[in-house]
Design a protein around this ligand. Structure first.
Ligand code: SF4
Ligand code: SF4
Length: 397
């Protein structure tokens, strides 16, 4: 029984939007299916996404920060990212995977804008390699943008294609959870807002709010937030509003996360970026390579001073097999839409506690898939992955 594979989404050059027929095709034969899953999870792609952390310093201390245990005081000496090691690694990566056509680099931290000159240097160096190898490079930075903009910051911005600014709601909500370490920055909200105004003229700006459960339900607050940003010329589709995932893993007061998981009908044909085999890597200021920014400690792969790609491959594969909940949750093993869900974003992992099937709304997802299939917009029929567990065992060998 082979199943049909129809999609209205064209292949795009970017890994993150790419849906190929392959992705939806799973032959019923057990071995073939295992190989098909293997191909989907462990195939090389033509895009590399690098997250570069130039520093663990940050001018803020937000309670919900994912990397707060890594943040260091501003006067603290850190080893510091070695640009030569970074560029050597990228050159070696291109030799390893000559199909690479696109490199996306996101500079984040800590706060990368605390090291503007270094960031500018990193980008210029990577651009040179990409130019030599005929590779398209795209650069972005995630920032709180709550500091005095200097000419060094502007030079850094000039090298970027986009910035993602964190601004958690209106003045009170933002300032309640975005604490500045600087006594001079008495109103982080205002500082960020004024800088956004300056930056929209220079670069594509997306603004992201991470809201508490209560604020997420506050329609007036969200409307005012969008209005204020629109007044600053931030396009409406460049405003992202999400609810806070508690890092203390107490979800009793966080019904929106559960609602989000249950009601979200979005299909995820590609796994979360942290499970995109050899396509998504993180470089830290210690000159180490990691897989998952949200789980730096658990996903250290190697030092940039010494690596070999067969070992990176092995560790990456292992990391996916062990950390991807849908591969280990028996409730997902016979799910027909696993290949369009993959357990979604890794940040939800801490609340699903390794069992996404207990929180999802599989039926709704199946219905969505079926409607789209009938419309001819996505898949005509989605396969049942029965006996997936056996297939996983096969993959683990
Ligand atoms: S600004 Fe970002 S990196 Fe800094 S403390 Fe807040 S969440 Fe963490
Ligand atoms: S059971 Fe739920 S969480 Fe698991 S793969 Fe299916 S839709 Fe996703």
């Amino acid at each position: 029984m082979n199943h049909v594979l129809k999609t209205s989404i064209d292949n795009t050059p970017c890994l993150f939007n790419t849906i190929t027929q392959d992705i939806h095709y799973l032959p019923s034969n057990l071995l073939d299916r295992a190989q098909s899953i293997s191909k989907r999870l462990f195939g090389l792609n033509n895009c590399l996404q690098l997250e570069i952390i130039p520093t663990w310093k940050c001018n803020f201390r937000c309670p919900h920060c994912y990397v707060k245990d890594h943040l260091i005081p501003s006067g603290f000496e850190e080893k510091g990212i070695n640009i030569n090691l970074v560029t050597k690694f990228i050159s070696d990566f291109i030799d390893y995977n000559p199909r690479i056509k696109y490199i996306r680099v996101n500079l984040l931290g800590g706060e990368s804008f605390l090291e503007p000159n270094k960031c500018t240097e990193i980008i210029i160096a990577i651009k040179k390699i990409c130019l030599l190898n005929n590779i398209k490079a795209i650069f972005s930075s995630s920032t709180n943008l709550s500091f005095d903009l200097t000419k060094h910051h502007l030079e850094y911005i000039e090298q970027l294609d986009s910035i993602l600014v964190s601004l958690d709601g209106l003045e009170q909500t933002n300032n309640n959870q975005r604490f500045s370490l600087s006594s001079e920055n008495t109103n982080p909200f205002l500082k960020t807002l004024l800088n956004i105004k300056q930056c929209v003229e220079l670069v594509s700006v997306t603004v992201q709010a991470v809201l508490s459960d209560k604020d997420y339900d506050n329609k007036q607050l969200i409307a005012d937030y969008i209005y204020i940003l629109s007044e600053l010329d931030v396009a409406e589709d460049q405003i992202q509003i999400g609810c806070k995932v508690p890092v203390n893993r107490d979800f009793t007061n966080n019904q929106n996360i559960i609602k989000y998981f249950k009601n979200n009908k979005t299909l995820y044909p590609s796994p979360c970026c942290c499970f995109r085999y050899m396509c998504h890597l993180v470089i830290g200021p210690e000159n180490n390579l990691y897989i998952d920014y949200h789980n730096i400690d658990e996903t250290l792969v190697c030092s940039l001073e010494e690596y070999d790609f067969s070992n990176i491959e092995k560790q990456y594969k292992q990391s996916i097999l062990e950390r991807m909940d849908v591969l280990n949750d028996p409730g997902c093993s016979s799910c027909p839409v696993i290949g369009l869900c993959w357990g979604r974003c890794v940040t939800l992992k801490c609340f699903t506690n390794g069992k996404p099937s207990l929180f999802c709304n599989k039926e709704q997802l199946i219905e969505t898939v079926n409607i789209m299939a009938k419309q001819g917009t996505l898949i005509e029929k989605v396969l049942s992955y029965q006996n997936l567990q056996k297939e996983i065992e096969y993959l683990k060998k």
